[in-house]
Ligand binder design. Structure first.
Ligand code: CA2
Length: 184
């Protein structure tokens, strides 16, 4: 195993270089974290007219298959607790290659979530099932958006799939650029 100083900085940014033999490098990508905030465990049971009929477990399964088709793993979690969400966002700094976040109502209230996000240097996708701009005015402001790479809302479960597609594309481009650097 070579010392990490031997690799371009871009490689360290997208994954960890585990193995290098001659000119062939194997880069193992960290999982994409998909974090969900309060009450998202209730979708599918209540308010289907707002959030759709699908469950969070169903969304997770679809995303796991979508990621696997691209050779990637997801780490999918839900919490009703702000501090836990902050801990997981901090964990994402070292343990993930990208973050997809539906912070639920903390989107509109949590400076702690925003501060945690600002410490990340990985791509961040903010997602919402509903179109928050078509709803009550208190949902129009997001503390997540200023720290996010981009935001997708209003497409129901498809919001997550679109966000994952974007993250996969970003990671594949970064990985291809790193490999070009290694082989140059
Ligand atoms: O549209 C989204 O994805 C939201 O992040 C969902 C949050 C809401 O507070 C945000 O403004 C937009 C709510 C999560 C689900 O809450 C439920 C409450 C009752 C019944 C079912 C779900």
């Amino acid at each position: 195993m070579l010392s990490s100083e031997a690799y371009p900085a871009s490689v360290k940014a997208v994954g960890c270089l585990c193995f290098q033999r001659k000119n062939i490098a194997f880069v193992s990508m960290k999982p994409i974290f998909i974090l969900n905030g309060p009450n998202l465990n209730l979708i599918g049971e209540r308010e289907p007219e707002v959030y759709g009929a699908g469950t969070l477990a169903g969304i997770e399964e679809g995303l796991r298959q979508q990621a696997a088709a691209a050779g990637l793993e997801i780490d999918f979690r839900q919490t009703n607790h702000e501090g836990v969400l902050v801990d997981w966002i901090q964990e994402a700094r070292c343990a993930s290659s990208a973050l997809i976040l539906n912070a639920g109502a903390y989107t509109h209230t949590s400076i702690a979530v925003m501060d945690a996000l600002r410490a990340l240097s990985i791509p961040i996708a903010e997602v919402h099932l509903s179109n928050i701009f078509k709803r009550e005015s208190f949902r129009h402001h997001s503390y997540v958006s200023p720290a996010a790479t981009g935001m997708i809302c209003g497409f129901g479960a498809q919001s997550y799939r679109l966000a994952l597609a974007a993250m996969i594309e970003i990671l594949e481009s970064a990985s291809a650029a790193s490999n070009r650097g290694l082989h140059a």
